[in-house]
Design a protein around this ligand. Structure first.
Ligand code: APR
Length: 249
């Protein structure tokens, strides 16, 4: 492990145009459960019911009850951890092109990252399915304790977080921007993802096709371990702060 961390340190020290690609594992040390791997949410909650757009349209109460009972605590109380802060530090040093995240928790921005591509949206933004009115999570926090599903105060339409459900398209332009930055970078670092969900998971393949060095930091196996130049099987918070040289506060 020490040798691998040293190699990753060298790669980060010499790179000038780094792209970091993150998944749920980077927020695990902030108290937000992952979807897969040890204790993953999808072991207990079927994503075909709780994260599928067609199921949501049939009966939005399943998702909203899951959101209220399982997701809200983590999203409201979580703080960025050493991994998020280490990535923000890379941007501060001018070594980072962007963070491409699958996460919807906003913790990269809370850690100080300015250039973040949220491939799967952000759960703090809520929209009306009928009139497209915009809300933020705080607007509906009380409502979801009293009624299911939450409804638009303008047209009474059903509300939905502006996050990408299975069966939905990614936000306009998100993948194009992510692929563009991936093609330009000189080091691609995956942190906390099983690399199981497309099109997001195609990005490490774009990097490898461009002969870009690929580092994967993940607790447990990923779908692309065999193409990683450096593969570190460890917790992101501990390892990234050491690689970046950020003292853990
Ligand atoms: N540090 C690093 N990795 C960790 C940590 C940690 N502290 N804790 C857990 N992990 C690992 C898990 O073992 C797992 O391999 O992080 C990985 C998270 O993988 P997933 O839960 O599959 O998350 P992700 O890859 O982001 O999922 C992609 O799937 O359900 C959809 O839309 C959802 O964006 C999500 C997408």
């Amino acid at each position: 492990m020490k040798e691998l961390i040293e190699q990753a340190k060298q790669a980060v020290a010499t790179a000038q145009k780094i792209v970091v690609f993150t998944g749920a594992g980077i927020s695990a040390e902030s108290g937000i459960p992952t979807f897969r791997g040890h204790g993953g949410l999808w072991k207990e909650y079927d994503p075909n019911i709780y994260a599928d757009i067609n199921y949501f349209r049939q009966d939005p109460t399943y998702y909203w009850s899951f959101f209220r009972d399982v997701r809200v605590q983590g999203l409201v109380n979580s703080k960025p951890n050493a991994a998020h802060k280490s990535i923000a530090e890379l941007e501060r040093r001018g070594k980072l092109i962007t963070v491409i995240t699958q996460n919807i928790d906003g913790l990269h921005q809370s850690a100080g990252s300015k250039d973040v591509i949220e491939l799967h949206g952000n759960t703090k933004l809520i929209g009306c399915q009928e009139c497209e009115a915009d809300y933020i999570f705080e607007d509906i926090r009380q409502q979801i304790e009293e009624q299911m599903p939450p409804r638009c105060e303008k047209c009474n339409g059903v509300l939905k977080p502006r996050v990408v459900f299975f069966g939905e398209a990614l936000p306009d332009g998100a993948m194009e921007a992510a692929a563009q930055h991936t093609a330009e970078c000189d080091l691609f670092i995956v942190v906390g993802s099983t690399l199981a969900v497309y099109p997001a998971a195609s990005l490490p393949l774009v990097a490898k096709r461009n002969q870009t060095a690929l580092i994967i930091i993940n607790l447990g196996e990923t779908a692309m371990d065999e193409i990683a130049d450096i593969r570190i099987d460890a917790k992101a918070g501990e390892v990234l702060s050491e690689i970046v040289g950020l003292k853990q506060q």
